[in-house]
Design a protein around this ligand. Structure first.
Ligand SMILES: [Zn+2]
Length: 441
């Protein structure tokens, strides 16, 4: 068995404790076996000990991303996502993209839903060593009613399209949950709210009774349920129906906040997508008026989520990686930054959200997310102190070593690629060529 001694680093263990200077971390195989000062490690005939000098560096748990969409392939529009993807290409592309996630310091990820049920196969391929990537938990299609999700009329009245699986009644709901479990899903995702072209904002498209059918069926099979909720009542109904993790939880009211606190249901606000659109969207040519949406969500949701956090609710860090505004390998630490900047957390508190608490969300509590004996050897070594400046975790150039399941990861950047044929939608022109335009001076 191989062993690695990471010596003399400033250890942030993920529990929220103060960093421990001049501390050694010993890895054997895929486990951390000892953490302490001046560890003495004997070389024996059975094992080689590799030494990594971490003097002046930070040693911390590998990052965990609790909300990704690894199979979407960074679409710019819903049209690209729903109409320009095929299973074989999407699977190959996901295997390429997941390496970018790993090399951004992410050693575990929760892929909440995706297209063509590729996620579970990718998870198993990573586990078997076929594809290099973080340890993965995976959902399948997101369950929807025919009213839809966030893709308007691209959601069909039945069957699957893009990341959606539409269920029309109780029997179809039970069947879909059971089939997704058979097909390898670690969790079931529900789109509790959705947007339709004729209405502003998102509306609730499931009843509490319908949500309960999903939860009861999944829980009977030992599988958890997560739910996309933009709206107060949607969150309340989801929590009361038994949903295990709430995403977004936008516009919480008093009753839904109380329910979240009462049942201690973890919440992943996934602010990163909106924060990126709002802050940097103009640099990527985004036309959406996300600035006001983000400000509104933060104002309405941030303070309530802070109350939940103070009452002991776990806030999860997810990046929504998979869209053009959240490409793979770039934004996995951004949610921690938002927590510090907008929810008033200390960097150490935010790091705990993005490591130890995220592990709970992945059902990996006690397995990863901490630097302690017995935990899986998911360890990031970087030049800089994120307990002072959380934004450092977004800067891959500072990363010196990464161990994932005890394996030393090559941190050199993935070679850039060209677009695949038919991957992006293209038009004949940006605007209609009227006679006036044609002959204008
Ligand atoms: Zn998402």
């Amino acid at each position: 068995m191989h062993a690695v001694l990471i010596s003399g680093g400033n250890v942030i263990d993920g529990t929220g404790s103060q960093p421990q200077p001049n501390t050694d971390v010993l890895i054997e195989g895929d486990r951390i076996v000892a953490v302490g000062k001046n560890l003495v490690v004997e070389k024996s005939s059975e094992r080689e000990v590799r030494r990594v000098d971490a003097t002046g560096l930070t040693v911390m748990p590998g990052l965990i991303d609790a909300h990704t969409h690894i199979t979407l392939g960074e679409p710019r529009t819903n049209d690209e996502l729903f109409l320009h993807r095929d299973p074989a290409t999407a699977a190959i592309l996901a295997a390429y993209n997941v390496r970018k996630v790993l090399r951004a310091g992410v050693t575990s990820m929760f892929d909440v839903d995706g297209i063509f049920n590729i996620g579970p196969a990718l998870r198993d391929s990573i586990k078997a060593g076929v594809v290099e990537g973080p340890t993965m938990k995976s959902g399948s299609y997101a369950l929807m009613t025919a009213v839809g999700g966030t893709a308007g009329k691209l959601i069909p009245d039945s069957g699957t399209a893009g990341y959606a699986e539409v269920v029309r009644n109780k029997e179809e709901t039970v069947l879909a949950v059971r089939r997704q479990v058979k097909d390898g899903a670690d969790c079931i995702k529900i789109h509790v709210t959705g947007s339709i072209p004729t209405r502003s904002g998102e509306i609730q498209v499931w009843t509490r009774e319908e949500l309960k059918v999903v939860c009861d069926t999944a829980h009977d099979l030992g599988v958890r349920v997560t739910a996309h909720c933009r709206g107060d009542k949607a969150t309340l109904d989801s929590v009361m129906a038994g949903v295990d993790i709430i995403w977004h939880a936008s516009f919480l009211g008093d009753a839904s906040l109380e329910a979240i606190i009462d049942k201690k249901v973890p919440v992943g606000p996934v602010f990163t997508f909106l924060a990126n659109l709002s802050e940097f969207g103009h640099k990527a040519g985004a036309t959406s008026s996300a600035k006001s949406i983000f400000a509104g969500e933060l104002e309405n949701t941030g303070a309530k989520l802070r109350q939940a956090y103070d009452a002991g609710v776990k806030l999860l860090c997810g990046s929504e990686s998979g869209f053009s505004m959240t490409p793979y390998g770039h934004w996995h630490a951004r949610e921690m930054e938002v927590f510090v900047k907008h929810l008033g957390m200390t960097p150490l508190q935010a790091i705990t959200c993005g490591t130890k608490d995220n592990a709970v969300a992945l059902d990996e509590d006690g397995e990863t997310g901490c630097i302690a004996a017995g935990y899986r050897a998911d360890v990031l070594v970087l030049d800089g102190d994120p307990s002072k400046d959380i934004s450092l975790l977004g800067d891959k150039s500072l990363f010196r070593h990464l161990f994932c399941r005890g394996k030393n990861i090559d941190l050199s950047p993935i070679e850039p690629r060209a677009m695949l044929r038919g991957e992006q939608s293209s038009g004949w022109s940006d605007v209609a060529l009227t006679r006036e335009l044609a002959y204008s001076k």
